[in-house]
Design a protein. Structure first.
Length: 90
């Protein structure tokens, strides 16, 4: 019972006030059902938040890669222009 109370405090919201009577008055099996439900929801929310951070990171990396390609292209053009100037002077 004390472990269940700690679990309720950890994932507090309005659901403990509705679930505790079910567990105490009807059957203790509801503790397992709602505990599993809360664990699955917390796991799902964690995965969603992780996916959002990963999406932003991948978008940033994609922009960084595009910027590197543009920078490399500009560097090649500068080098080609320097070669043309060199041979034009010779």
């Amino acid at each position: 019972r004390s472990a269940w109370t700690i679990f309720e405090v950890t994932f507090a919201g309005s659901w403990p006030t509705h679930v505790r009577p079910l567990i105490e008055e009807i059957h203790t099996m509801f503790a397992f059902v709602f505990g599993l439900y809360v664990c699955l929801i917390v796991f799902a929310m964690t995965r969603i938040i992780t996916a959002l951070f990963l999406k932003d990171t991948m978008a940033f990396c994609s922009r960084d890669a595009e910027l590197m390609v543009q920078e490399k292209s500009a560097e090649k053009k500068r080098f080609a222009n320097r070669l043309l100037d060199f041979f034009a002077e010779a």
